[in-house]
Design a protein around this ligand. Structure first.
Ligand code: ZN
Length: 165
């Protein structure tokens, strides 16, 4: 299912339709009009900082999981955040913490968190402009990010990762 997004710059509101299978809803700066019975987690999009966000979401995981996995957050031109894990899907605790303009990046195992985010954006026809990761970005992901002209403030490790996880 392709998701339709309209960004109305005049009214400064984001109107995602059926995002994550939910009913239609509308968000603007001050007012929230809900057409859904699900609880929405709203924040001002101007405050959305993917570098902070990736730390925040990764920090929700247990210490061991934090050490063995990577979390990545991407921001698209359409003002949708994409959150991915090196596990190929998000743990429940992270999924529960997602804002309503954030979606989960899902894929078959064996890739890096950044790759899941990039793939998810492509699957949904979203234009990824920025990406952040919870650890330095490996050389393969760096090449991918640079080839797609995506911006990042995360440092590059300059190394290949030992395993594709
Ligand atoms: Zn990588």
């Amino acid at each position: 299912m392709k998701q339709k997004i309209n960004y109305d710059t005049e009214q400064n509101c984001l109107i995602p339709y059926n995002i994550k299978g939910r009913l239609q809803f509308l968000i603007n700066n001050k007012n929230i009009i809900l057409f859904t019975f699900l609880k929405l987690k709203i924040m001002e999009k101007e405050e959305y900082d993917i570098d902070k966000r990736v730390k925040e979401l990764h920090g929700k995981l247990g210490k061991i999981t934090q050490d063995k996995t990577t979390t990545s957050v991407g921001l698209t031109e359409e003002q949708i955040g994409i959150v991915g894990s090196s596990e190929g899907r998000l743990r429940k605790i992270v999924k529960k913490a997602l804002y309503d303009f954030e979606i989960e990046a899902k894929g078959q195992s064996g890739k890096h968190a950044e790759e899941y985010v990039i793939d998810e954006a492509e699957k949904r026809d979203l234009k990824l402009t920025n990406i952040s990761a919870s650890r330095p970005i490996c050389i393969e992901c760096q090449e991918l990010i640079e080839s797609k002209e995506i911006n990042t403030n995360t440092s590059f490790s300059g190394k290949k990762s030992k395993k594709r996880k």
